[in-house]
Ligand binder design. Structure first.
Ligand code: ZN
Length: 459
């Protein structure tokens, strides 16, 4: 007993003597983290590939909703929620946002939600148009899953708040190279194939969260690449799920949270086998460990948050005569899409623009974090990093797939080139009926809002 008391006394003395100035600053921050399973109970219809014709047949790896709450010395709060799921539908974010407003008086700017975009998770149908035409059983199961998901996300946030405690935050980054551009120019336009000459963003940003006594508590890391190594009928987090699993195994007691970057036009290569999903996951986990092993930029200063919407305009509305013709197509995707658009047209509800959420956050003086909506292509993260990188300034972290993943969002370059991400994919979007491609001002409108919000965080 006496020895133990002595050890404690020495430890207290040591701490009192060696606390450097930056630790005193870091001590003002707090963090809490939690993880809950969101794997459906039993077989469920899966999201990601329109050609799937039966429900899931098992679970290769569990799926999770994870929440990290960080709080600066003044009590400003950022709740980061990551999901091993295909999407963050707008209504799902709205639900969580409302809960946080009611229970904790938080504002939209205090919440960011990001999905890993795994194509081996359940479908998430949150709107009438997404549920339309489903078999009664599938419809009921889909509605029940969303209700469960909502509750589990809220409970993971509550748990994270419950273990909010003094923390030290730090940032560093590394690189991983398995993402390759997937837009290959051919004689017949851009095809979905590996393009080794295409643009990529290989950064792996890493936010490290330690307890006051320097134990690793959470790791948030990002990567810009479709989570599509796999397309089988098993539930699985794909490479992002394995990266998180391997990091949590290598650092017991730590929660690892994956944030998807602007990987709309990026695929993991090679792909198609479970071994490759694990291999890419290991590659990414190793990059995260490399970042953790590099001298850290300790987070000091405060959190400054900004949130808004960019009204993205669509190109000219489709004409009724053309849609009636298209509805006769023998291609079931063509005809179904035409029928959905005709219905919107008749109801007078065909969209001309969409309010896409955009978010910026200064995490101390060291990180400028930007969260973009939709399946944003890599041009956005490259551009935002390029325009905001300053020597001795904050590192710039750009997440895509955040807050409302309603459609692909091409850059002007990709829009003009054409192909799947430029507008071809619009027909497959379920949450919101997309009237067609965006107008050529899409990049201008989105970037203008991004720049306004970044400016707001520095005022
Ligand atoms: Zn996608």
């Amino acid at each position: 007993m006496r020895v133990r008391l002595l050890v404690v006394a020495v430890a207290v003395l040591c701490c009192a003597r060696v606390v450097p100035a930056e630790d005193a600053a870091a001590a003002g921050w707090k963090a809490g983290v939690a993880s809950v399973k969101v794997t459906p109970d039993g077989p469920a219809w899966m999201a990601g590939y329109a050609a799937r014709d039966k429900p899931s047949e098992g679970v290769e790896q569990d799926l999770f909703a994870k929440s990290l709450v960080i709080q600066d010395p003044a009590g400003e709060t950022l709740v980061m929620v990551t999901l091993d799921l295909i999407s963050v539908p707008g209504p799902l974010r709205k639900f969580v946002e409302q809960q946080l407003t009611e229970s904790r008086k938080l504002k939209p700017k205090n919440l960011v939600m990001n999905c890993s975009h795994t194509h081996c998770g359940p479908e998430i149908r949150t709107t009438g148009s997404a549920l339309e035409g489903l078999e009664p059983d599938r419809r009921a199961q889909s509605i029940a899953y969303v209700q469960t998901l909502q509750q589990r996300i809220v409970s993971s946030i509550d748990s994270a708040f419950e273990n909010l405690a003094p923390a030290r935050l730090a940032f560093q980054k590394a690189r991983a190279a398995f993402a390759m551009n997937r837009r290959l120019p051919t004689d017949r336009g851009y095809s979905n194939s590996p393009n080794p000459d295409g643009r990529v963003d290989h950064d792996v940003p890493v936010l490290r969260v330690e307890t006051a006594d320097k134990k690793l508590k959470a790791i948030v890391f990002g990567y810009a690449c479709h989570n599509t190594t796999l397309g089988f009928y098993q539930m699985c987090g794909d490479y992002a799920g394995y990266a998180q699993e391997y990091l949590e195994a290598a650092h017991p007691g730590t929660v690892a949270l994956f944030m998807m970057g602007c990987g709309g036009d990026q695929n993991p290569y090679p792909r198609r086998t479970l071994e490759l999903a694990k291999q890419h996951g290991q590659t990414l986990a190793t990059a995260v460990d490399a970042a953790l092993d590099t001298p850290q930029r300790e987070i000091t200063g405060s959190l400054t948050l900004a949130f808004g919407t960019a009204d993205l305009e669509y190109a000219d509305a489709p004409k009724k005569a053309d849609l009636l013709e298209q509805a006769k197509s023998t291609n079931k995707y063509d005809s179904r899409y035409a029928e959905r658009l005709l219905k919107e047209l008749d109801q007078g509800t065909l969209l001309t623009s969409y309010p896409a959420p955009v978010q910026a956050a200064r995490i101390g003086d060291q990180v400028l974090f930007v969260a973009l909506p939709g399946e944003t292509v890599v041009d956005y993260s490259l551009r935002i990093k390029n325009e905001n990188r300053k020597s001795n300034g904050p590192d710039v972290w750009v997440a895509g797939y955040s807050n409302d993943v309603f459609a692909y969002i091409p850059s002007l370059r990709v829009l003009l080139e054409g192909g799947y991400e430029a507008g071809g994919a619009m027909r497959y979007m379920t949450t919101v009926v997309q009237p067609g491609p965006f107008a050529p001002n899409v990049e201008d409108i989105l970037m203008r809002r991004v720049n306004e919000l970044i400016k707001e965080t520095s005022e």
